[in-house]
Design a protein around this ligand. Sequence first.
Ligand code: AP5
Length: 219
Amino acid sequence: MKPKFIVLLGAPGAGKGTQAEGLSKTLSIPHVASGDLFREALAEGTELGLLAKSYIEKGELVPDKVTIAMVQKRVAASDCEGGAILDGFPRTIEQAEALKRVLTEEGKSVCIVLYIKVSTETLMARLGGRWICRNCGAVYHSLFDPPKEAGKCDKCGGELYQRSDDTPEVQRKRIDVYLAQTAPLIEHYRSQGLLVEIYGDKSIEEVQPDMLKAIETSC
Ligand code: AP5
């Protein structure tokens, strides 16, 4: 079967991570999230993690060179042979071109770019209420997808925390950075016939079938 490399594009809080988890299970391909890779590196105290921290805290993008090297290594791992759900990468035209180069060298390609379109008001509401499990990484929302018990993960009982870049000031900065540096990818991929717009201003359960239908048609 042809490998499925699926790119999820959308502003911070659009629901890329939430939807990627469901798609990864349904399609049996890994969820590769550049933000998670940086946060893991930071938790391990590596040089990459410490470098990324200084950018993440300010809501800025980590430089392309290090980001591309990190994702290239992840995508080359054996579990990505059949494809991957790419969440948060690419985020610049340079990253998109690097991804194309890397996949082409292996005789692979991106089969679809799902652009999750959500209003700015919704983004702010989603980021402000996000809680994440410190142990297994499950994502909740205090209003839209609350855990059964406040502060505790339903799946593993782990402690829930809020990301340090989910403060209102950093949220606004991340959205501005998205508009300036990542939004140009919408037209970039549209011109290549790869972009499918997904209306993301509806419930988590309603968004997923729209994505699966588009993937079935294109991949
Ligand atoms: P990253 O971790 O990628 O963050 P982001 O892109 O800002 O995206 P988020 O994780 O905030 O949002 P999401 O769309 O995944 O939303 P989620 O599903 O969690 O990046 C962090 C930083 O790392 C960057 O600022 C940068 O510094 C660096 N970085 C990462 N990648 C990089 C790259 N390629 N290049 C350079 N630097 C990079 O949902 C949000 C909330 O909403 C959750 O609480 C969820 O429960 C809820 N929710 C989701 N969907 C719905 C729905 N349909 N209805 C109601 N609630 C919903």
